[in-house]
Design a binder for this molecule. Structure first.
Ligand code: MG
Length: 385
């Protein structure tokens, strides 16, 4: 049997966090040692009653106090702030950290978890985007495993099983194309927050849904794939596949392409990450190929979806540039969600921020965190101006 997973679920009330807990509930054989959430204490309260973790962290201090009162007498230790979140991640008994917080705030917990010798089930893409080299080097040094939770990266990981000796010719990273696939720049000028939030195939958190609409999500995944699988960016091809059934593929030297297919249900890649190398039975919806009998593939439109080009530029520049791209994107996306920025201005803000930045080639963790802060502040200043 696989090593019993003793889990820390960092970001337990978000989309991936709740689906991970559903996998724990449905598949079993795993123990939840700690939970951490930003501020959704209503849901966290229910999760604590159900999973009885040793530790639960709430980043928001005021909300944490409220939760503490509600749980007076409970065996779960309640901790607050970013320090509390880190405590939950590195808690002694934990052997696997599910990292599903949104944005660059995932970088420090990822780093601390790896240093504490925990395996990572990684949904937070910003960690690898912003600090990929550092994270992968440290993971190798510490001998820990990183299991991808993102559907595309899980697919690639699955396609690579049994292929250790075989050179990858190309990674085929599929993209749904988002809600504005086939539209032009003129159309994008007038799209609203509601338009951008209505994703055709996946149900996800708000930040990643906007990233899917701008295609920045695919840009982030490109960089993530580059680090996870140690493949140069030129050997990763983005292919738009609107049905989201082929979750990605790998082409080998003999021109064979191995792809992974399944329904667009995040619980499938989550299960694989948590029970690897075993595949456990579940009651999730099965893929019926007679119903999904029209799978199509097309080239992405780099001129309309400029974020893709920016992602290529960031990873080609290297160093702290991806962290800056990511920080600027985070700021721009939240401003768009607040109605303070137009959809079409998101790539402009990111590009201007990247243009104004002096990259650090040989970076450490603190440089990445500084680059992120700088990018957010700079993006904010030009959004206001
Ligand atoms: Mg994905």
């Amino acid at each position: 049997m696989y090593k019993v997973k003793k889990l820390a679920v960092i970001g337990s009330t978000g989309s991936i966090g709740t689906q991970s807990l559903d996998v724990v509930r449905k598949i079993g054989g795993m123990e939840v040692i700690s939970l951490a959430a930003n501020e959704n204490i209503e849901l966290l309260y229910e999760q604590i009653l159900e999973f009885k973790p040793r530790i639960a962290a709430v980043v928001n201090e005021e909300k944490c106090e409220i939760l503490k009162k509600r749980l007076a007498g409970s065996k779960t230790k309640i901790v607050s702030g970013v320090d509390g979140l880190l405590e939950a991640a590195v808690c002694d008994e934990v052997n696997t950290v599910i990292l599903s917080v949104v944005g660059n705030s995932g970088i420090r917990p990822a780093f601390e978890a790896i240093n504490a010798g925990k395996d990572l089930a990684l949904a937070n893409k910003e960690t690898l985007v912003s600090a990929g080299q550092l994270i992968m080097d440290t993971a190798r040094e510490k001998g820990i495993k990183i299991y991808p939770l993102d559907s595309e990266h899980s697919a690639i990981f699955q396609c690579l099983q049994g292929n250790k000796e075989n050179k990858i010719k190309k990674i085929i990273l599929t993209a749904s194309g988002g809600p504005f696939r086939g539209k032009n720049l003129e159309y994008l000028k007038n799209v609203t927050v509601a338009d951008a939030l209505s994703h055709p195939t996946w149900s996800m958190g708000k930040k990643i849904t906007i990233d899917s609409a701008t295609l920045m999500n695919k840009g982030l995944e490109l960089i993530e794939a580059r680090w996870l699988f140690d493949v140069p960016v030129k050997d990763i091809e983005i292919v738009v596949h609107p049905q989201s059934i082929v979750h990605s593929a790998v082409e080998f030297e003999d021109n064979s392409i191995i792809a992974q297919m399944g329904m667009p249900d995040m619980r499938i890649p989550i299960s694989y990450a948590l029970t690897y190398p075993f595949r456990m039975e579940n009651n999730f919806e099965r893929l019926n190929l007679f119903e999904k009998n029209n799978l199509t593939f097309e080239k992405p439109d780099f001129d309309t979806f400029k974020c893709l080009k920016l992602a290529y530029r960031a990873i080609e520049t290297g160093g702290t540039m991806p962290a800056v791209m990511n920080g600027a994107n985070e700021k721009a996306v939240y401003k768009f969600l607040e109605g303070k920025l137009k959809f079409i201005e998101i790539p402009e803000i990111i590009e201007q921020t990247m243009n104004a930045y002096n990259v650090i080639s040989d970076y450490e963790l603190e440089d990445v965190i500084e680059a992120d802060k700088w990018a957010k502040a700079y993006a904010e200043s030009i959004i206001k101006a």
